[in-house]
Write a protein that binds this ligand. Structure first.
Ligand code: HEM
Length: 300
């Protein structure tokens, strides 16, 4: 039975690092991946109380170059949604690190980047942190309706054992830059209308009173009566006096669920866009990745 990469299964983290890179030289990437797993094991012992975890995942161009046609078959380049409202900034490699400590994450990122060295070209790096009550910097609790039971997380985020890419996972990473001055110019009712939940008590608005463009209406989707679920691992990022917002990251056993939610948020389904995009935030990056199982990562 294949083993999923460790990060996917854990909700226990207060800090994350996301690094996206393009591959400059293919020759030793598989060795770097194997060595990065060794680095992770070594640091998991050194930072024994911090639940350090990492995902290594690949964009379509590099993944296809390996010739695993039946694995990660749904993977595609992020196409951009909503006529460019969700821009595409696809890269070859995603390094996603999370733990309870900033130090553990930083050390892991340092060691893994020195392993890959000049064989990759870094395109972006962001550091996320958890705020009290898991609120976003716009003030709403984020993650409430995420699957929390381990069996649900496995079923939703990880490809099933009978598939050729068993224990793999599809990932979306998008950086959202918030305009908090604009957001604060809307009163609480209008903020709550945009989200579809109350701000202080975090209570979900029932469907009959929810705005059709509220975030909950755009993302809580069903197809033939079945919920299109994903597992989110997002965190706030940024600086107080400069760019800040949400690094949105989600894992799923099928890219379809992620894409359906993006199409719905960005107006590609019915012409209606998510009110969060009008009142709070702008997507400035977007990429899809496939995280293979540990066994496949050891043998790319
Ligand atoms: C500006 C960016 C975003 C912000 C600030 C944001 C914030 C939130 C908040 C506050 C909630 C309600 C609490 C919860 O259940 O977590 C929520 C729910 C949710 N969000 Fe987002 N989100 C953002 C982007 C996205 C994107 C890009 C997707 C999908 C591609 C997404 C998918 C979901 C889903 C599936 C839910 C749960 C809906 C439900 O079943 O009730 N979000 N988000």
């Amino acid at each position: 039975m294949a083993t999923a990469q460790s990060l996917i299964l854990s909700e226990q983290f207060n800090f994350s690092i996301w690094i996206e890179a393009n591959i400059a030289d293919n020759a030793n990437i598989s060795i770097h991946c194997r060595n990065s797993l060794d680095i992770l094991s070594k640091l998991q012992k050194q930072f024994a109380n911090d639940d350090l975890r990492m995902t290594l995942a690949f964009g379509k161009v590099y993944w296809d170059s390996l010739g695993h046609t039946a694995e990660g078959a749904e993977l595609k380049d992020f196409p951009s949604y909503g006529n460019g409202l969700a821009p595409a900034t696809q890269c070859d490699l995603l390094i996603h690190i999370q733990s309870l400590s900033f130090d553990a994450n930083f050390t892991c990122a340092q060691d893994v980047l020195s392993e890959f060295a000049n064989d990759i070209i870094i395109k972006s790096e962001e550091h996320g942190f958890r705020k009290g009550e898991s609120r976003g910097i716009e003030g709403f609790v984020d993650g409430t309706e995420n699957p929390h039971q381990i069996d649900d997380i496995r079923r939703i985020a990880i490809i099933a054992d009978d598939k050729p890419d068993a224990s793999g996972s599809y990932i979306v990473l998008q950086k959202y830059v918030h305009n908090l001055n604009k957001w604060e110019s809307f009163n609480i009712n209008m903020q709550e209308e945009a989200v579809g939940r109350s701000k202080a008590e975090n209570i979900e608005f029932t469907k009959d009173i929810r705005h059709i463009r509220s975030h909950l209406t755009r993302t809580n989707l069903k197809e033939d009566g079945v919920g299109l679920k994903i597992v989110r691992r997002s965190l706030p990022f940024g600086k107080v006096s400069a760019e800040h917002g949400l690094m949105f990251v989600a894992y799923c056993a099928t890219l379809h669920n992620i894409e359906a939610q993006l199409q719905s948020m960005f107006g590609d389904t019915d012409g209606k866009t998510d009110l969060l995009l009008e009142r709070l935030s702008t997507a400035v990056s977007g990429a899809y990745y496939f995280a293979p199982s540990i066994e496949r990562l050891m043998d790319l």
